[in-house]
Write a protein that binds this ligand. Structure first.
Ligand SMILES: *Cc1c(COP(=O)(O)O)cnc(C)c1O
Length: 455
């Protein structure tokens, strides 16, 4: 393996001092975001009305390999990073596999997931720009929780539109956000024009991530000194999450090992994009090869059954068009328990890599995901988030394949968070009342029919 530049960027305590931008090493770049009115690539000026200035710069930068992490952000990272890379000895033994299994655990902070890595960066840039506050949406609540912590730290106002069904089902997450000072509104609400329109068109709706995004964008653009921030999907979020992969890469070098297979769950693609970043960089530069697997819920199968097309990122169609694997912006997945994986689209960067055959994807059903979560919890001790458990499912399946084939491969998977706020889901699984839902081809076709005209 060629000597790689990543180690140059490690600080003394082995924390990366720069984020790595995978797009710099892609020969075919992700397709640009389009302004739906003109069908031309969005400009920095247009984006700056919605997003923070420095984050827009990062979003549009597909050529800088490394972007230094500001000292204030590094200082915050030191509270919980580097995150542990753990060898799952007990799981290996329970499975009787010759494979080595490692997981990178991102649930080791109060917000309980990897989302804090980007929340801190985004809150920092908003503060540095002199803004009063930020608005956002949250589905299951992890992003809102992470952002409220980051905003409390930097002294920013934080307005969260929380998908109504989660708001009602997860009162504790809501209270964590309020404890950190966030203002939490169930979405669709009557506070925004788009929320009122969605409520009028779908009376009694319990909302979706796409609706909540539209509301949060409107709230940002209609208040002086506010910008909108997003916890996944965007290239800037994958950039911040590259810290997961850079730390893993450094740890593997220290161990003198390398993973053969890298696995992550995929909602909007940020944890997976972050975990694989430096490894994919080597793959793109022809220095090493890895199998990379995205795992998504069978109820919301963007990669495995979606279309690679330009689509809206939100139901209210206020955001730019992005070329991505999508189920259609109108697609509302069934009420699965992996709230963080219920997004209709996917990161444009990962979509382009997937379309080039540089990574694989598979869809798994939720009862098999919870069976994996339970098995993992019993032997490894950590109670995993339902989202993360999609990666556990695939890691176990790969380890069992190794057993069958008698191969001692090294498997790395991203354990994105803990599941303490998901006990209703665990209860359903324990009671045997959890079911699987897979959309029919007909349902997906209906949703594809509403894709916008392609450029
Ligand atoms: C949000 C979330 C995910 C999925 O989001 P990505 O952007 O695809 O990483 C996965 N796991 C947890 C714990 C989450 O909170």
């Amino acid at each position: 393996m060629k000597d790689i530049p990543y180690k140059t960027y490690l600080t003394e305590d082995e924390l990366p001092g720069a984020w790595y931008n995978m797009r710099a090493d892609m020969k075919v770049k992700p397709a640009p975001l389009l302004n739906p009115a003109t069908m031309k690539p969005v400009t920095a000026d247009e984006l700056e009305r919605v997003f923070c200035r420095e984050l827009v710069r990062q979003e549009l930068d597909d050529s800088s390999q490394f972007i230094p992490i500001p000292d204030e952000v590094l200082r915050f990272y030191r509270m919980f990073r580097p995150s542990p890379l753990v060898r799952a000895y007990f799981l290996e033994k329970a499975l009787g596999t010759p494979a080595k299994i490692y997981y990178k655990f991102e649930g080791n902070n109060t917000s309980g997931s990897h989302k804090l890595n980007s929340a801190v960066a985004q809150a920092y840039y908003a503060k540095a720009q002199g803004l009063k506050g930020v608005t956002t949406e949250t589905g299951a609540g992890q992003w809102g929780t992470a952002l409220s912590m980051a905003c409390a730290f930097f002294g920013l106002d934080c307005q969260v539109f929380m998908v109504k069904c989660s708001y009602e089902q997860k009162p504790f997450r809501r209270e964590v956000m309020r404890t950190y000072g966030a203002d939490v509104t169930p979405s669709p609400s009557m506070k925004t024009a788009v929320g009122r329109a969605i409520n009028a068109a779908h009376p009694g709706t319990t909302g979706s991530l796409g609706c909540a995004i539209s509301e949060a964008v409107e709230a940002a653009t209609s208040q002086e000194g506010y910008r909108y921030v997003l916890g996944s999907v965007l290239a800037q979020v994958l950039l911040h999450q590259s810290i997961i992969g850079l730390e893993s890469h450094a740890a593997f070098r220290k161990l003198g090992e390398r993973p053969d297979v890298i696995i992550g769950c995929a909602g909007g693609g940020s944890n997976l994009g972050g975990l694989i970043a430096p490894f994919m960089g080597e793959k793109l530069r022809g220095e090493a090869d890895y199998r990379i697997i995205a795992v998504e819920p069978a109820s919301c199968p963007s990669f495995t059954r979606g279309r690679y097309a330009y689509d809206f990122c939100d139901t209210g169609r206020v955001c730019p068009l992005q070329k991505m694997y999508t189920l259609g912006h109108d697609f509302i997945p069934s009420a699965s328990h992996a709230g963080g994986l219920r997004y209709h689209g996917m990161s444009a960067t990962l979509s382009e890599l997937y379309s080039q055959g540089l990574m694989e994807a598979r869809a798994v059903e939720q009862t098999s995901v919870f069976a994996a979560a339970q098995q993992f919890a019993r032997v490894e001790g950590i109670l995993p988030a339902p989202e993360s458990s999609h990666a556990i499912r695939a890691a176990i399946d790969e380890a069992l394949r190794c057993k069958e084939e008698g191969r001692s491969e090294t498997i790395l998977f991203g354990l994105t968070g803990t599941g303490y706020f998901d006990m209703v889901a665990y209860q359903k699984f324990n009671d045997g009342s959890m079911c699987d839902y897979i959309p029919t081809d007909g349902e997906l076709e209906q949703s594809f029919a509403k894709l916008p005209p392609q450029p």
